[in-house]
Design a protein around this ligand. Structure first.
Ligand code: ADP
Ligand code: ADP
Length: 236
C-alpha cells in the first residue's frame, strides 16, 4: 500500500496542497485532474521527493518516505520514476544514452557515473526502445526527435529504473492528439503488462476517463473527487 496522510505544502502563505489523504494500491492507473494551479504537480513532486511536504506523511510499504536519506532516498527515487511534460531528456546526447541515464540512480558514487555503461545496460536499453517502437532512433541526438518520440524515450528511460510506480506530470500536454494517444497507450501498456502503478496528471477529463480506472479531482490544493470514471458524470 502507498498512502498519503494530511500531506500539505505551503509556498509562503499559499497552500499549494492542502491536507491530502489518499491510499493507492499496487497496479492502479490513476489520473489526477484539475485546473492549472490546483496542486497536481506539487503533489506528484512530493511523492518523488523533488519537493518536501510542509507537513503530513507519505508511507510506502510501511516506510515513511520523508525520513529517507542517502542511498535509501535514491532507491525510492528509482522506485518512482518521473515523466515530465517537457520530456527532460539531454537533447545533445543520443537516444540510447538518454535511456541508459535511467540507470544512474542505481549507481552509488560520482565516480561510477563517469564509467561507461555495461553491455547488459545497452541490451536492456535497446529492448526498452524496441518495446516503445522507437529503436530506429537509438543513435540520433534526442533533441532531433518529435515530441511524441521524445516522450517515448522518457518512458524507456523510466523503465530502465525498474520502477514500482511511474509518476507522470502532464505527459501529453505538449503533444498532438495522435502522439498523445501513443504515449497514453504506452503508459497503459506498462501498467497492464508489468503491474507498475501509474499516477498521471492530466489536463483533459476525456483522457482520464479513457485510460484511468480511478480519477482524483483536485481544486485549490484539495481532493474534491476520488472515484471511478463512471461515477464522475454529475461533477463533470
Ligand atoms: P498544478 O500542477 O495543478 O497546475 P501546481 O502544483 O503547479 O498546480 O501549483 C499549485 C499552486 O502552488 C499554484 O498556486 C502555484 O502557483 C503554487 N506553486 C507551485 N510551485 C511553486 C513554487 N515553487 N513557488 C511558489 N509557488 C508555487
Ligand atoms: P500491503 O499492500 O499489503 O500493505 P505492503 O505495503 O507491505 O503491502 O507492500 C508490499 C510490496 O508491494 C511493497 O514492498 C511494494 O514493493 C509493493 N507496493 C505496495 N504498494 C504499491 C503501490 N501503490 N505501487 C507499487 N508497488 C506497491
Amino acid at each position: 500500500m502507498f498512502a498519503l496522510k494530511d500531506v500539505t505544502r505551503r509556498f509562503g502563505n499559499k497552500l499549494a496542497v492542502d491536507a491530502v489523504t489518499l491510499e493507492i494500491s499496487q497496479g492502479q492507473m490513476v489520473g489526477i485532474i484539475g485546473r492549472s494551479g490546483a496542486g497536481k504537480s506539487t503533489l506528484l513532486r512530493m511523492i518523488n521527493r523533488l519537493q518536501e511536504p510542509s507537513s503530513g506523511s507519505i508511507h510506502f510499504a510501511g516506510v515513511e518516505v520523508s525520513g529517507l536519506r542517502g542511498r535509501a532516498l535514491r532507491n525510492w527515487q528509482r522506485d518512482c520514476a518521473m515523466i515530465f511534460q517537457q520530456f527532460n531528456l539531454v537533447p545533445r546526447l543520443d537516444v540510447l544514452t538518454n535511456v541508459m541515464l535511467g540507470r544512474l540512480n542505481h549507481r552509488s558514487t560520482l565516480l561510477s557515473l563517469l564509467s561507461v555503461f555495461t553491455r547488459e545496460e545497452r541490451i536492456h536499453a535497446i529492448a526498452a526502445l524496441e518495446r516503445l517502437g522507437i529503436e530506429q532512433t537509438a543513435l540520433q541526438p534526442a533533441g532531433t526527435l518529435s515530441g511524441g518520440q521524445q516522450q517515448r524515450v522518457a518512458i524507456a528511460r523510466a523503465l530502465m529504473q525498474n520502477p514500482k510506480m511511474v509518476l507522470a506530470d502532464e505527459p501529453i500536454a505538449s503533444l498532438d492528439p495522435l502522439n498523445a494517444k501513443i504515449v497514453m497507450d504506452a503508459l497503459r501498456d506498462i501498467n497492464e503488462r508489468e503491474g507498475i502503478t501509474v499516477i498521471t496528471n492530466l489536463h483533459t477529463l476525456d483522457t482520464a476517463r479513457n485510460y484511468c480506472e480511478r480519477i482524483i479531482g483536485m481544486a485549490g490544493g484539495r481532493v474534491v473527487f476520488d472515484g471511478k470514471p463512471s461515477e464522475l458524470t454529475a461533477e463533470a
